[in-house]
Design a protein around this ligand. Structure first.
Ligand code: SF4
Length: 317
């Protein structure tokens, strides 16, 4: 049974049973610098395809052994939307999944394909990657197969976000010296204005990458987060919080910082010194700061703008 893995626990998505739609080896239309799989030239189509029946049989057996999972995650050694029977597979999983959520982790490259677009609409949760907004940075970081254009991807994500009724997450992974320039982040910010989503996770490399590239530390990510519009639901995902240098914030600085960028407890532990953490707690006890939950992650922001900024109600067309 090699098409199913887990369950694994993810803070962002809960207890997940994974389905690998390319279990025989890497098949991807990108060759990202930061990929945790071995480097391999990008391809346009899967060459080795697992029959739907095998995946469903494996899934049924796994669900019998692990009935208490939160989510069934479609992923791959590569890009899951390259699986040619994706629509059929999702329909058949939906017929047996009961209350369990479904999720796909995709690099977004195939979303402009109408059949993929419609297949993803049938899922409960979709996580789409968007590492760059200019073709130059996109080619450098994601090394896509011939003919894949970032403008087309951005347009497809925007369109999808206006149509989809489930939970949409966007993920941006930053690589030092590649997509972490002011120009690139401003371009990403512009693209994100038209994307209605639950959360935008910004992160960096945290596993050995395919190519010799470097990630950012938490302080770099925190600085970059300020280039994004403060109404965007940005969440910094970093295992390197410890690299930040805690500083002293007075009450006003705490409220202003949270106004510009709502922070998680991990962010606060990394950024605030002990005295500032006590001030933060007092502001929280006095209801000047509010905690809100965005798909399993707690954010803190000034109570005065919790209504004004969040939760952002997705526009549906
Ligand atoms: S999209 Fe994912 S699997 Fe494909 S190269 Fe990039 S990181 Fe690796």
């Amino acid at each position: 049974m090699n098409t199913i893995f887990g369950p694994v626990y993810s803070r962002r998505f809960g207890v997940s049973l994974g389905i690998d739609l390319s279990s025989t080896g890497k098949q991807c239309n990108f060759d990202c610098l930061y990929c945790e799989l071995a480097p391999l030239p990008a391809i346009s189509h899967q060459h080795t395809i697992t029959p739907v029946e095998i995946i469903l049989d494996d899934l049924l057996i796994a669900l019998k052994s692990h009935p208490h999972v939160d989510v069934i995650t479609l992923t791959a050694n590569g890009e899951p939307t390259m699986y040619p029977y994706l629509g059929e597979l999702i329909t058949r999983i939906n017929a047996i999944k009961g209350d369990i959520q479904t999720l796909i982790l995709s690099n977004s490259a195939s979303l402009s394909d109408e059949s993929i677009f419609h297949a993803l609409l049938k899922l409960d949760q979709v996580k789409l990657s968007l590492d760059a907004a200019t073709q130059e940075a996109f080619k450098k970081i994601d090394r896509p197969a011939e003919g894949i254009e970032i403008n087309e991807i951005i347009h497809a994500i925007q369109h999808f976000s206006h149509t989809y009724t489930g939970k949409l997450f966007i993920e941006i992974l930053f690589v030092r010296g590649v997509n972490d320039t002011e120009k690139e982040v401003i371009a990403l910010n512009k693209a994100l204005q038209e994307i209605h989503c639950e959360r935008i996770d910004i992160g960096t490399i945290d596993r050995p990458p395919a190519y010799p590239v470097e990630g950012l530390n938490f302080s770099d990510l925190f600085k970059l987060s300020h280039y994004f519009d403060s109404t965007l639901p940005i969440h910094i995902v970093s295992r390197t919080h410890a690299t930040a240098h805690p500083s002293n914030y007075d009450d006003d600085e705490i409220l202003t910082t949270l106004d510009k960028r709502p922070l998680t407890k991990d962010d606060i532990d990394a950024l605030f010194d002990e005295e500032s953490k006590k001030r933060f707690q007092t502001l929280l006890d006095d209801h000047k700061i509010t905690a809100i939950e965005r798909s399993n992650i707690i954010f803190y922001l000034p109570s005065t703008n919790s209504e004004r900024k969040r939760p952002k109600t997705p526009k549906k067309s």
